[in-house]
Design a protein around this ligand. Structure first.
Ligand code: BES
Ligand code: MN
Ligand code: ZN
Length: 503
């Protein structure tokens, strides 16, 4: 999709379709009123007849509106003006995109940027329209033998703004939105691929092809032999049950000063999680192909950062493996030695995420990172605690936690913090090793983070449990690309030096 910004009044736009907001009950927005005057009261008359109440997401497509240059006008309900918030704005933009895509107009000019959304600025509104539009029109069809071809799909969306002077700000929103949307799209695409295609090796090849796009980024892939040499006994213990060799994918992006300490992103890349010998029940087990969505988010964020050429140094570390049962697989009760030297009693082979992450986190220390953030579909307990709206956030540094919460809220990709108190650590006590890999039924998300915290003592660290947000179930089953927007926003904020305070 092609996006653009322009200024100018609606009645003068020569376009296949104008997009105009309508508040409930039947109230035109400013651009709508201007258009209505030019059209001799045509829009107001239609609203008076009761064809569109203005409920959030409602749409009405008009043809042959008199006195204007556009071929069509799409009215989009925005709900009550006072109740308009970030989430509604995104769903309004998504409804408009979907309706446009079916309308026959392959291009349109939208006036939705004029809607007031709290104190969100134009840059935010442009960006969110772009992201919501791409999100709404995404289809995963690469594994279908016949692709559904739309006759005239929407190809170009121009976002109109009131003042010419705001064009620069709008263009900035456009560039950021495009970078984030591209990152989200790649993450969704990777997440949606099945386990027989998206293997650890596939992820490695994906990372390598990203590296070919720019000289600023290097990718190395460590094989099992290399992991053995480094003593990554925890990571390797998960790979034992699989015929697919595990890979440790390492990305380095150099956009900052040569000796500036990097941010490291660590993503869980379990390309299929059967549970191993502690086999999962069959129901919805197919969804465990999404257990590499942390890895996909790291790759998607790299793509966005590369696209924007952000002035930072960034390291990505992706431990990639399957978790399957086999004669060679790890068994409950097995004790393994992690790269850190700490020993782990594997009481449940289904708690494999923390086993691969702990070695990746120890490895991250080699880069002398300023900050490390790991991203993982780590616990079912997180889905129980927060549902599908917020990622779980735990950190050993409150400033970092607050920055991530802020970034998520601005990017409409929220996280919610949980405590990482010492009190929970004892749940990991083991009679046979330094620690067990599970902490019992209570506070499962927290004890998983407690486990990881034992490997992150040397740096500022945060953990994002994305088990609830990384994919959707049911009819809409599919990867979401979260938390690419959150992570990218955090990095953007770091670059703008956190001088400005946002609401
Ligand atoms: N990948 C799963 C977590 C998961 C489960 C994410 C369901 C989304 C939906 C992870 O590897 C896992 O199996 N965790 C176990 C941990 C338990 C054995 C301590 C879980 O959450 O049940
Ligand atoms: Mn598991
Ligand atoms: Zn898992």
């Amino acid at each position: 999709m092609d996006f653009n910004v322009t200024s100018g009044t609606p009645e003068k736009q020569r376009t296949a379709c104008l997009v105009i907001g309508v508040f409930e009950p039947r109230r035109l927005t400013a651009a709508g009123k201007t258009l209505n005057s030019a059209a001799g009261g045509h829009l107001a008359a239609i609203l008076r007849r009761g064809d569109l109440e203005g409920k959030c997401g409602q749409t009405l497509l008009l043809h042959n509106v008199p006195g204007i240059h556009a071929e069509r006008v799409l009215l989009v309900g925005c709900g009550r003006e006072k109740e308009l918030d970030e989430g509604k704005f995104r769903s309004i933009a998504a409804s408009a995109a979907q309706r446009l895509d079916e309308s026959g107009a392959n291009e349109a000019v939208s006036y939705l940027s004029e809607l007031p959304v709290g104190d969100r600025d134009l840059r935010w509104k442009v960006r969110q329209q772009l992201e919501s539009t791409e999100d709404a029109l995404y289809v995963f069809d690469r594994l279908r033998s016949e692709k559904e071809k739309k006759r005239r799909p929407l190809k170009k969306l121009t976002l109109a703004i009131e003042e010419r002077t705001a064009l620069a700000e709008a263009r900035r929103g456009l560039a950021e939105g495009a970078a984030i949307a591209a990152g989200v799209r790649s993450a969704r695409e990777l997440g949606n691929l099945p386990g027989n295609i998206c293997t650890p090796d596939y992820l490695a090849r994906q990372a390598k092809s990203l590296a070919r796009r720019s000289t600023r980024i290097d990718v190395r892939v460590l094989e099992e032999r290399g992991m053995q040499r480094l003593g990554m006994g925890a990571l390797l213990s998960v790979a034992r049950g699989s015929r697919q060799p595990a890979k440790l994918i390492i990305l380095e992006y150099r956009g900052g000063r040569k000796n500036a300490r990097p941010v490291a992103l660590v993503g869980k890349g379990v390309t299929f999680d059967s549970g191993g010998i502690s086999l999962k029940p069959g129901q919805a087990m197919d969804e465990m192909k999404f257990d590499m969505c942390g890895a996909a988010a790291v790759l998607g964020t790299f793509e966005a950062v590369l696209d924007m050429q952000l002035p930072i140094n960034l390291v990505g570390i992706i431990p990639a493996t399957e978790n399957l049962p086999d004669g060679q697989a790890s068994k409950p009760g097995d004790v393994v030695t992690s790269m850190s030297g700490q020993t782990i009693e594997i009481l449940n082979t289904d708690a494999e995420g923390r086993l691969i992450l702990c070695d990746a986190l120890t490895y991250a220390g080699r880069f002398k990172p300023d900050t490390v953030i790991d991203v993982a579909t780590l616990t079912g307990a997180c889905v129980i605690a927060l549902g599908s709206h917020a990622a779980g956030l735990l950190a050993n540094d409150q400033d970092l936690a607050s920055e991530l919460l802020d970034a998520g809220s601005y990017a409409a990709d929220r996280a919610w913090q949980m405590p990482l108190w010492e009190d929970y650590q004892q749940q990991l006590d083991s009679n046979f090793a330094d620690m067990a890999n599970i902490g019992g039924r209570e506070a499962g998300t927290i004890t998983a983070a407690c486990f990881l915290s034992r490997f992150t003592k040397d740096y500022r660290w945060a953990h994002l449990d994305i088990a609830g947000v990384a994919w959707k179930h049911g009819k809409e089953k599919g990867a979401t690309g979260r938390p690419v927007p959150l992570l990218t926003q955090y990095l953007l904020d770091r670059c703008s030096k956190k001088t400005k305070k946002r609401g």
